[in-house]
Design a protein around this ligand. Structure first.
Ligand SMILES: C[S@@+](CC[C@H](N)C(=O)[O-])C[C@H]1O[C@@H](n2cnc3c(N)ncnc32)[C@H](O)[C@@H]1O
Length: 374
């Protein structure tokens, strides 16, 4: 001890640690230790079952933590779809896991990690880095690289990560997951190191067609109607699906610099000539067929008020139309990435007016580490 009369000489990472005042009631504290020892495993078990007490609806399984927040199922069918999509993303990006110009990231956060496949591959590719993935659902594997970890967390709530921590924050497929992008990017900005990067990958919720002059689907197309309804439902729910192409603007307005928007086409079906694109098109078909019901069921029933049978029947009709090979369909994929300025010292540097959700009504931050479930 240095003889100072506060505890601020315990410094972690350049910041003084919080002073914790001890309870002077020795007997009370002893009995609480005993209670904790007695109930410790129960308490962990309760926490674990709270996040795995999944909800079942119309034959699909949904997350339990922050129940109802996210539209997608977390069952094997949907998780298979996420893994197929991961391979499509990698093929489109020629094997690159990210486009931000970072050589050797040390600390990486993957928001809404899903099956964790991106985080695990990052951990393999950068053995010196620590990769953390968070999600509402603890569906990630337990056999993972030592430098990878997963936690159950709701990224729309205030974050608990210390400021200036990450070199890269990655967010792929967060369509329909975010009601307040400025708020999310405010948290990300604070948690990034100066010079760190935020990278988003989003896919349009509308199909385009090579077979029409304006690339739009024809009026009366059920596929078009399906996409419009899904987007409308997501807006009504307050978490829009149509974010592809909008994240770059949010990044710029949130104080990020060197923002890039890279736009790619993902073909649907084997119609492209080039072998690689043909393969991607076939995989995209499998991806859509596997994920189609899961994409829409919750939005169509919970928000738009369809019955489960109506939603499934509508999906069937849309799938029939999707098999029409003459449409030469594709979807837009947008990768947007931007950098926290190198001279940014603290979160207070940000344009606070834009970060509207900062200090929102939700106050209790929560994160549950499930890397070692009971
Ligand atoms: C479309 S999936 C994308 C998964 C993964 N990023 C990928 O590209 O494979 C969206 C993921 O975000 C998660 N998610 C949605 N809202 C969330 C929230 N508020 N906090 C944490 N995760 C969330 C979902 O559980 C789901 O796994």
């Amino acid at each position: 001890m240095s003889g100072r009369d506060d505890d601020s000489d315990y410094v972690l990472d350049g910041r003084p640690m919080m002073n914790i005042e001890p309870d002077s009631d020795y007997d009370e504290v002893t009995s609480q230790y005993d209670e904790c020892y007695a109930s410790g495993s129960d308490a962990t078990g309760t926490l674990f079952s709270e996040v795995t007490n999944y909800k079942f609806e119309h034959g699909r399984r949904y997350h339990a933590y922050a129940e109802g927040l996210y539209w997608g199922p977390n069952d094997d069918k949907q998780n298979t779809q996420l893994e197929i999509f991961h391979h499509i993303f990698l093929m489109i990006l020629e094997g690159k896991l990210f486009l931000s110009p970072i050589e050797q990231p040390k600390h990486v956060l993957d928001l809404g990690t899903g099956t964790g496949i991106w985080a695990i591959e990052m951990a393999d590719q950068f053995p010196e880095a620590q990769i953390l993935g968070n999600d509402l659902s603890p569906v990630q594997p337990t056999w993972i690289p030592a430098n990878c970890a997963f936690e159950v967390d709701d990224f729309t709530r205030p974050w608990t990560h210390p400021p200036n921590t990450f070199d890269l924050i990655y967010a792929r497929g967060l369509y329909g997951c975010v009601g307040d992008w400025p708020q999310l990017l405010g948290e990300a900005y604070a948690a990034l190191k100066p010079g760190g990067w935020f990278e988003s990958v989003e896919v349009a919720t509308a199909f385009s067609s090579e077979a029409t002059a304006d690339k739009q689907l024809l009026e009366g197309s059920l596929v078009k109607k399906w996409c419009e309804l899904a987007v409308e439902g997501s807006h009504r729910a307050g978490q829009p699906l149509d974010v592809a192409g909008k994240v770059g603007g949010h990044l710029r307005r949130s104080g990020f610099q060197n923002v890039h928007d890279r736009v790619f086409k993902i073909p649907y079906g084997p119609w492209p000539k080039k072998e690689q694109m043909k393969l991607i098109g076939k995989m995209m078909m499998v991806n859509v067929l596997e994920g189609f019901e899961g994409f829409s069921l919750a939005i169509f029933t919970r928000v738009l008020g369809m019955t489960s049978d109506e939603a499934k029947e509508f999906n069937e009709q849309v799938l029939k139309e999707l098999r029409d090979q003459r449409m030469n369909l594709w979807v837009k994929m947008v990768v947007s990435y931007g950098q926290k300025p190198l001279d940014a010292d603290s979160p207070s540097d940000q344009d606070s007016a834009y970060h509207s959700g900062f200090g929102s009504l939700r106050t209790a931050a929560s994160s549950t580490d499930l890397s070692s479930p009971p």
